[in-house]
Design a protein around this ligand. Structure first.
Ligand SMILES: Nc1nc2c(ncn2[C@@H]2O[C@@H]3COP(=O)(O)O[C@H]4[C@@H](O)[C@H](n5cnc6c(=O)[nH]c(N)nc65)O[C@@H]4COP(=O)(O)O[C@H]3[C@H]2O)c(=O)[nH]1
Length: 882
């Protein structure tokens, strides 16, 4: 601080006076200011808003008013007499001195007389911006400078803020519009100009509603917008379809807010408009359609919804969705704004290279844009349908599945010749994606439905669907009081076809059978596959006599010869019929009863049919019980036994073997005939167990006889045809012989002619394997079956048993005698031992013996008896090989 500088807060002019010995401010105006004028000057300086700083030729501050104190934060005493540089930021100080010096020397200064913005450094070290106007004062030969300084910091910040604000407003994509109290536009930002294509000039003075309105703007929404402004509603928001200057539709979300003045009156409206076209597409279309899909809305409803949403988004459009069916025909799925008659005429059109927009798009698997239906050759054949309805242009795009295959078409019709807009293109992109999703999902659903309810091989309804359909048919029959027939169809010898020719042929047979069943069915009949070769036909409104006709047609259709994979087949089916309401009131009972009737038909005569009856029902029950009892009898509980009937030489009557015959003493029913329970065992899968039991018991008995020296040359065991389908049979026999210490010659197996008829190679192989063990094979009941002589050489047979029926009639039937003689000749020719069965009288024995029959068996000799009884009998008889 320089000497002589006042240190107290005094009059700003006094400081200069003290410094220069006078009052410089006044001195410049008048030679000697009056005290009143001086005081006025001082007050003026003190009250000034601007800071006033005066420096002398030594650059020392000589005036520093109250405003300057406020700006810098320095008390006057700390500044007066000090170099003015203390008030400047460090970096400016050197420049300041140089400038002042230059001005003093040259009189040139760019600052003097101008207003410049300068940074200032405050007492607390902070910086502020100030506007400074500098003037030079010539005072008593001295050159002083006076600076009027105004703190500009706030103003500058305000400006910066406003600049940012206007940048934000103008650079935003959102349209902002300010309207006056009369709702006419006074300002629109650059975003609004970009969004709608109008210049500010074009918008100013217009009403918002008038600016946005276009051909498809919802008038009600517009009205609500205007009404909200009219009543100065606090804020109003809506979505509406607006139009740009060039007529492009645009979905905008609009929010209008009133601005109030100090008196609470509306002085402005600020409207903010956002382009939500994209959002609308995704949110409305995707969200609504996907949401509906998630809620399992049916396919047609989904397509309808999609069309409606598209048309709501772009009301100038007419949307249409078509599906391409398996035959390559167009099928209408949705077209809510198209006249139904037009849709009906499109429905069923085959796709092709010149079939309007949709048929061609599907054909080309590419979008087809026809901007003028009237002139485009693709519409030559169809414009007569479209033009009268006002359809002038059509843009169709193929809907493609995941594999690129065309599932359908999605099309826009226009009411005037034109091209699609950018919005339409976006709509198509989104919609095609949704259509593909819907159609693919439908396909998957159909596939799942097919898998769940249809038999994959034949395409017929499976058990589940058959049940459901039959239940509906039964309900209807009950309601209308009409009869209904249930047919249970079972292919005869299907297993043999499968085993002999393989599953491919078996499958082919089933497929063909299914077709034949479909072929004879009337409309409304239900045909289904239960399992394997079992089919069911349900014939509504069908009584007994119609059922006979239907079943005859069915049996005849099935019996037509067919060739499957080169194999000629002569299928036959056995059919059982149950009638509603007589044979049952529910599906399960009716199918069960039809099944029982079918079984009866099969048992009596394959390829025939039977109606269910109460008697059948009773038999079936009995059969089921018997089956359970037979299973028990085969277990530890027992009940089965073997009786033995001797075979003796015809002449000498020497025992040459015994035949083991199975007996079942049923605890309740008494003795059950073997033919009955053996057949039952065949049906219920017990035949192998039964065969093994008989073999085991016969071997055990034989071993016992051997051990005790009972003279039985060999034992013959009956085996069913099915036993020879069991490839393990030779191993079982070998094991039994070994376990019981028997020679293979001790055992003979008897089989019926039906074994020879079985074409299954396993049968022949098994018989040969049994024979290879050394076990003799005897052909039972010879002459009764269908076997031709040619079959005889196929099997390794050692014995023929002449059926009892011939022997019985020998005495009074020449034919029986002739046949007996023939069989004996055949046996002799082929080197086979012939055993005459069922010899009851001496005359019969005499005849067969005279004709050269070596061995006889029958009641004449002995009835089948238990082992102990046979032993007693043997003691009275001579033995030896016959
Ligand atoms: N009227 C009359 N009948 C006579 C005379 N001599 C024997 N029979 C009967 O004729 C049948 C002869 O047996 P099959 O022809 O093999 O016919 C057998 C055989 O096919 C079958 N069978 C018996 N036991 C078994 C067995 O263990 N396994 C298998 N798979 N079938 C058996 O049952 C059929 C019937 O057996 P059965 O009732 O025991 O009847 C036996 C026997 O008792 C006679 O002089 N007059």
């Amino acid at each position: 601080m320089s000497a002589g500088v006042p240190t107290g807060h005094g009059d700003p002019v006094d400081a200069l006076a003290e410094h220069g010995g006078a009052h410089p401010c006044l001195a410049s105006a008048t030679p000697a200011p009056a005290p009143a004028a001086h005081s006025l000057l001082v007050q003026t300086l003190e009250q000034a808003i601007d800071g006033v700083v005066v420096i002398d030729e030594r650059n020392e501050v000589v005036v520093f008013n109250a405003a300057a104190e406020r700006i810098w934060g320095h008390p006057r005493d700390a500044v007066l007499g000090h170099d003015v540089r203390m008030l400047m930021p460090m970096e400016m100080r050197a420049r300041h001195d140089a400038n002042l010096h230059r001005h003093r020397v040259t009189g040139v200064n760019r600052i003097v007389g101008t207003e410049v913005e300068v940074p200032i450094e405050c007492a607390d070290g902070s910086r502020r911006q100030a506007l400074m106007a500098v003037s030079q004062i010539r005072f008593e030969g001295r050159s002083l400078y006076c600076a009027f300084v105004r703190d500009n910091t706030q103003h500058r910040e305000l400006l910066a803020h406003q600049r940012l604000l206007s940048t934000a407003v103008d650079e935003s994509d959102i349209a902002m519009i300010v309207g006056g109290a009369d709702q006419r536009i006074v300002f629109a930002n650059a975003g609004c100009q970009r969004m709608f294509g109008y210049s500010l000039h074009e918008m100013v003075g217009q009403r918002l509603g008038d600016l946005l309105m276009g051909p498809h703007t919802d008038p009600a929404t517009l009205q609500a917008l205007t009404a909200a402004q009219d009543c100065g509603q606090q804020s109003f928001a809506t979505e509406l379809l607006a139009y740009t200057k060039d007529g492009r539709p645009l979905w905008v979300s609009t929010a209008v807010n009133p601005v109030h003045d100090a008196q609470g009156l509306v002085c402005n409206f600020v409207s903010v408009l956002t382009d939500i076209t994209q959002t609308k597409l995704h949110e409305v279309l995707q969200f609504r359609v996907l949401d509906a899909m998630a809620r399992e809305t049916p396919m047609l409803d989904l397509m309808l919804l999609l069309c409606r949403e598209v048309e709501r988004t772009a009301p100038e459009l007419i949307a249409s969705i078509l599906q391409v069916d398996d035959q390559g025909r167009l099928r209408t799925l949705a077209g809510p704004s198209l006249p139904p008659a037009y849709c009906a005429q499109i429905d069923g059109l085959p796709i092709g290279p010149v079939v309007g927009s949709c048929g061609t798009a599907a054909w080309r698997n590419a979008p087809v844009l026809v901007t003028d239906i009237a002139t485009d050759p693709l519409w030559a054949d169809f414009k007569g349908l479209a033009l009268p309805l006002g359809l002038r242009a059509c843009w169709s795009s193929p809907i493609r599945g995941g594999d690129g295959q065309v599932l359908g078409t999605f099309a826009f019709y226009y009411r005037e010749p034109r091209e699609p807009s950018a919005l339409h293109r976006r709509l198509v992109d989104v919609s095609l994606h949704l259509c593909a999703l819907i159609l693919e999902r439908e396909k998957t659903k159909a596939h799942i439905h097919q898998l769940a309810f249809y038999d994959t091989l034949t395409g017929l309804p499976n058990r589940a669907l058959l049940r459901a359909k039959t239940e509906r048919a039964l309900h209807e029959a009950q309601r209308t009081g009409t009869p209904l027939a249930v047919l249970f169809v079972d292919l005869d010898r299907f297993k043999q076809v499968n085993d002999t020719h393989g599953h491919l042929v078996g499958d082919g047979l089933l497929v063909e059978l299914a077709q034949r069943l479909r072929g004879v069915a009337r409309a409304g009949d239900i045909i289904g596959r239960l399992s394997g070769d079992e089919f069911v036909a349900v014939l509504p409104d069908c009584g007994g006599s119609q059922a006979v006709a239907a079943v005859e047609r069915l049996v005849a259709a099935v019996a037509q010869p067919m060739v499957v994979h080169g194999v000629a087949l002569h299928p036959r089916a056995s059919v059982g019929v149950a009638l509603y309401p007589a044979d049952g009131g529910d599906i399960d009972t009716l199918i069960r009863h039809a099944d029982m009737a079918m079984y009866q038909a099969k048992t009596h005569e394959r390829g025939s049919f039977r109606f269910f009856s109460a008697e059948l029902n009773r038999q079936a029950h009995e059969r089921a019980m018997l089956e359970a009892d037979l299973r028990e009898a085969l277990g530890p509980a027992g009940g089965l036994a073997l009786h033995y009937q001797p075979k003796v030489t015809a002449e000498a009557g020497r025992v040459c073997g015994v035949e083991a015959l199975l007996r079942w003493q049923h605890p309740r029913l008494g003795a059950v005939p073997p033919l009955r329970f053996v057949a039952l065992a065949e049906d219920c899968g017990l035949v192998h167990a039964l065969g093994h039991w008989v073999l085991g018991e016969a071997c055990r008995q034989m071993a016992d006889w051997r051990a005790r020296g009972v003279p039985v040359p060999h034992v013959a065991v009956n085996l069913s045809a099915s036993n020879f389908l069991d490839a393990s049979l030779p191993g079982v026999i070998a094991g039994l012989l070994q376990r019981h210490g028997l020679a293979s010659g001790d055992l003979t197996v008897e089989m019926t002619e039906s074994v020879m008829l079985n074409p299954d190679p396993v049968v022949l192989a098994t018989v040969q394997a049994v024979h290879a063990l050394g076990v003799k094979v005897s052909l039972d009941d010879f002459g009764t079956g269908y076997s031709s002589l040619s079959h005889l050489h196929r099997l390794p047979i050692t014995e023929l048993k002449l059926d009892r029926s011939f022997v019985q009639d020998i005495e009074h039937d020449p034919m029986a005698r002739a046949l007996t003689v023939s069989v004996l000749r055949i046996g002799k020719t082929l080197g086979l031992t012939v055993v005459a069965e069922g010899v009851e009288t001496e005359a019969q024995r005499r005849f067969v013996a005279d004709e050269g029959c070596p061995v006889v068996q029958g009641y004449l000799v002995s009835k089948p008896v238990p082992a102990e009884a046979l032993e007693d009998w043997l003691q009275l008889k001579p033995t030896g090989a016959g």
